[in-house]
Design a protein around this ligand. Sequence first.
Ligand code: PGA
Length: 256
Amino acid sequence: MTKKLLVANWKMNKGVVQSQQYAEDLRLYVEKTRLSHCEIVICPPFTSLEAVQRKINGSAISLGAQNVFYESSGAYTGEISTGMLKSCGCEYVITGHSERRSHFNETNLIINKKLMAVIDEGLKPILCIGETLQEHEDKITEAVIEEQLHICLAHIDEEAVKNIVIAYEPVWAIGTGKNATPHQIENTHNFIRKKIKKMFNEEISRSLRIIYGGSITPENSRDLLSPETVNGGLVGGSSLEIDSFIKIIESVKLNK
Ligand code: PGA
């Protein structure tokens, strides 16, 4: 069984000093407890990446970015390339988060370009997919996810897809306090695996890491993340306080 992957997405929160303190405290926890039951990734804002990397360097914690641009360099004021992220020590990059889709008009086509750039740089994308509330109510979740997978994973070969993590995040569950039920999560994860098998092959569909995101808290994490088909969680609000993120880490341990 693969280790569960827990990703802390801080979104637009924490300055450099706060970020460093958190990273230092998390490293202490990881080393004191000799944590080995799960893999931890923290995704600070761009401005804290380097400072956080200095604090977690050589530890079991990995660094991730929350977004990236697909061009490698040039006149793109305000954008950050995959090479820049790599130079800060990033290993993972969140791509296609629903907040990027809704606030910044990111389409599946743009996300596909980002995904390819991330892979070309040797980084690991965390591809976010999931249906909106309207799509959920219209019962078209599977059709939406199928389209997202087809477009976002276009031109990605079998070797490359092995390094992708898929985060199933129902948009209606993000930051709302409403979460999908373990049953809904399991069903959708199984559907994603079925599609991946069709697009790639059975081995990839079995080994691909698919995590869940959307209002994970220390109270519900054990239930939501326990099914075997759920390989971990993408945690927003509940990752901001280190105590609450540690409780989530501990709850995953109890699943073993
Ligand atoms: P949330 O965010 O845990 O605050 O719902 C999850 C996410 O945006 O990835």
